[in-house]
Design a protein around this ligand. Structure first.
Ligand code: ADP
Ligand code: ZN
Ligand code: ZN
Length: 724
């Protein structure tokens, strides 16, 4: 009898056996099976002749979902991810599967038609449609962005979409096809700028490695032309009939890149995949990648698991970004897995960044990664970075006069300024001037943040909210003050100071509503904003041509952080935000308002010297025995009862006493944020100079931890943790 070994989305490491009679199965098939009292979709990971379960008790596979099985490379990736991060296979398998494919009743969408832009359609000038014809313009923009539009996608653009598309088909601008087998017109790249020598050399070296595995680190400041390098490589890969996976840290970055891509590769089919898509749409795009009709898959970390049968190149842009590491559930690093996947598929993996992670930089220095560098900006001068030294006597809004002066100058010239402050809300603390009381979250070991507009105190860790107290709850004093600055406070100060200028705040609060981000982008590009106030949301990857000043107003706090990665992160963030200044033909200036202008982080920023800074940090890490010179894993635990957490970790540590050679166990300690939403959080760090030794330990350890599971304590293993 044929038995199928099935992985299910349940928190146990075991696979489940089902009788496969009557189905023609292969590993990679999705199947509907009975599980407990319900039915569930499972992934067939293997076939066998025998099962430990007696035939009579063996349940049967009910149906095979009508989708092509996952390709072998995707299955191997899932296995590796499960092994390396020590997380149940079933949960890994389902982490990135579109929700539609997790439904036992999934039926393939009825063969719908789609419309592909023809060369004639692409050649239409922008003036073809009058400005007021927004439906037509929107539809054409959508077509240009993805080359092919499904009926359903077209309808989301305008209710008149089908009528318009039929009319355009008559004129030869689009061609109607069956969605399943849509033939994308050959991708013809329009010409980019002539490459600089450095770009050319990067392109040449990676090109010569196409068709086999090699990891590359492309190090180049913002505006040095990394994207241009990606485009040249994509052109070659598409011309060879293969697919490209392009990963970016943030969903907000995809529209800009999509537009640039569409402009460059008219007719090529790019699909973007991220968690913000509607269920059907995500599934459709995933299937297009699976079938190979999507030539480029653009997405955040989840996109890594998208099956691409003809992959030819993997690119991870802003590879240092923390968002490539999943922070709950399966705590995988999409960047690290990308390198593994490249090896599986025998394709080059290109990691790009202005400020590579020390891990990747170390890999490049020690020749495990090929090293490529872009040192100049072909289209702009590097920004001038200036320190503004301040003392403790700043006004409550925290802005110094030199910063105001610089902004005034930009406004007078019709240029944009960005004030960068990495905290949202009005003030990070509400304090009593008489007794020193500060408002804290009742459920977390953290202060609550004062939000101005809705007059609330809000906890940024658990979401807890309360009204503003009128008097101090400990001494009754009425003089309560906001301490420190958030984006709202800076915004208020700027609005007061420049009543005629348009001040635009960009943070998680101001972009929460759907399409808010799109509107903000239009304001910024359409000259309707003179001053931007923003958190790191604005720092990443965006191109604002009229922005010539970046003022970083309160970066010092990160200098006191206990996390050994704090300096690395601060530098990455500062380099990134300073890269926003002066991208086009106007020189940019960066002001750093600090009490410590001579700090090495700021000096390196002034010199725009990543390597000098990174070399020094690496040397410190080597001496102190920190990653990337050692390998770490963390057992995290949390519960309402703090003693239960401690006891759990102590017991877990005891499961492997004495600890194996070459592996160090540290004592359990409270997490930096010791309590969140009423739960106490502790962790136990395990470390080794050998990745293999650490992996061996984890393989033996995890099942034993799982055996003694206590229902009161939530726990997880985090391999290669980014923070503690
Ligand atoms: P990055 O991705 O490193 O930030 P981009 O590829 O976006 O850099 O390039 C920054 C700007 O420089 C873009 O406007 C791009 O069109 C332009 N650019 C890139 N390469 C060249 C080149 N070789 N010659 C002229 N302009 C270039
Ligand atoms: Zn008080
Ligand atoms: Zn809280």
């Amino acid at each position: 009898m044929v038995i199928a070994r099935v992985a299910l989305d349940v928190p146990v490491a075991e696979l489940f056996d089902y009788a496969a009679a009557g189905h023609d199965l292969r590993p990679g098939h999705l199947v509907a099976v009975p599980f407990g009292r319900k039915r569930q979709v499972g992934l067939v990971v293997g076939l066998a002749q025998h099962s430990a379960i007696p035939d009579a008790r063996l349940k049967r596979i009910e149906r095979v979902l009508p989708v092509e099985p996952l390709p072998e490379a995707t299955l191997k990736l899932i296995h590796f991810c499960s092994d390396y991060y020590h997380h149940p296979l079933g949960q890994v398998a389902f982490v990135a599967l579109p929700t539609a494919l997790r439904r036992v009743g999934y039926v393939a969408a009825r063969a719908s038609s789609c419309f592909a832009l023809t060369a004639a359609g692409h050649a239409l000038p922008d003036e073809q449609f009058p400005k007021r014809a927004t439906a037509m313009r929107g539809l054409m923009a959508a077509l240009r962005a993805s080359g092919v539009l499904q009926e359903s996608q077209a309808r989301t653009v305008t209710p008149r979409a089908m009528a318009l598309l039929r009319e355009w088909a008559d004129r030869g601008w689009v061609q109607q096809q069956l969605a399943e087998t849509a033939q994308v017109p050959a991708a013809i790249a329009t010409q980019g700028p002539p490459l600089t020598d450095e770009q050319q050399s990067a392109v040449d070296r990676i090109t010569s490695s196409l068709g086999s595995f090699s990891p590359w680190l492309l190090e180049g400041v913002t505006g040095s032309g990394k994207t241009e390098v990606y485009f040249r490589l994509i052109e070659k890969v598409l011309a060879a009939g293969r697919q490209v996976l392009l990963m970016v840290p943030e969903i907000n970055l995809t529209p800009q890149l999509e537009a640039r891509f569409a402009d460059r590769f008219p007719g090529a089919r790019m699909v973007s995949l991220h968690s913000g898509l509607a269920e059907g749409e995500r599934c459709e795009r995933w299937l297009a990648a699976r079938s190979g009709t999507a030539q480029v898959v653009l997405g955040t970390r989840l996109a890594l698991f998208t099956p691409m049968p003809r992959a030819g190149l993997i690119i991870v842009d802003e590879e240092h970004d923390g968002s490539f590491k999943q922070q709950d559930g399966v705590r995988y690093s999409a960047r690290d897995l990308a390198v593994f996947l490249g090896n599986l598929q025998q394709v080059p993996v290109l990691l790009g960044s202005a400020t590579p992670s020390l891990e990747s930089y170390h890999n490049a220095r020690s020749k495990r990664f090929g090293s490529l560098r872009l040192t100049r900006r072909p289209a702009a001068d590097p920004p001038r970075v200036r320190m503004v030294e301040v003392g403790g006597d700043l006004p409550p809004h925290g802005l110094s006069n030199p910063v105001f002066d610089a902004i005034s100058g930009r406004l007078a010239r019709g240029e944009q300024s960005l004030v960068f402050i990495n905290r949202r809300g009005f003030a990070p603390a509400l304090m009593c001037a008489a007794c020193g009381w500060a408002a804290e979250c009742s459920r977390c070991s953290a202060r609550v943040v004062w939000h101005l507009q809705d007059k609330r105190l809000r906890c940024h860790h658990c979401g807890h909210e309360e009204g503003l107290p009128r008097v101090c709850p400990t001494c009754g004093n009425q003089d309560l003050r906001g301490l420190g600055q958030g984006t709202q406070r800076v915004e208020q100060a700027l609005v007061e100071r420049y009543p005629d200028a348009k001040v635009l705040r960009v943070d998680r609060d101001s972009t929460r509503r759907k399409h808010a981000w799109q509107a903000i982008r239009e304001d910024i590009h359409g000259d309707r904003a003179g001053i931007l106030v923003g958190t790191q949301m604005l720092a990443k990857g965006h191109d604002f041509p009229k922005l010539t000043l970046v003022a970083i107003v309160n970066p010092d706090a990160a200098l006191y952080a206990t996390d050994f990665r704090a300096a690395e992160r601060l530098f990455q963030q500062l380099m990134q935000v300073s890269g926003r200044a002066g991208r086009a033909d106007r020189p940019g200036e960066v002001l750093v308002q600090t009490r410590f202008p001579d700090h090495p982080v700021y000096r390196a920023l002034m010199a725009q010297d990543f390597r000098g800074f990174a070399d020094e940090l690496l040397e410190e890490r080597r001496r102190a025995g920190f990653p990337p010179f050692v390998f770490q894993a963390v057992l995290r635990a949390e519960a309402h009862d703090e003693r239960a957490v401690e006891a759990f970790l102590a017991r877990s540590a005891g499961l492997v006493a004495p600890s194996p050679e070459g592996v160090t166990f540290y004592d359990p300690v409270p997490a930096t944020l010791a309590r969140v939403a009423g739960r106490h959080r502790w962790h136990l760090l395990v470390q080794s100079g050998s990745r293999a030794a650490l992996q061996r330990l984890l393989s033996a350890w995890r099942p034993r931890i799982a055996e003694g599971r206590s229902s009161r304590v939530r726990w997880s293993l985090d391999v290669d943790p980014l923070d503690l």
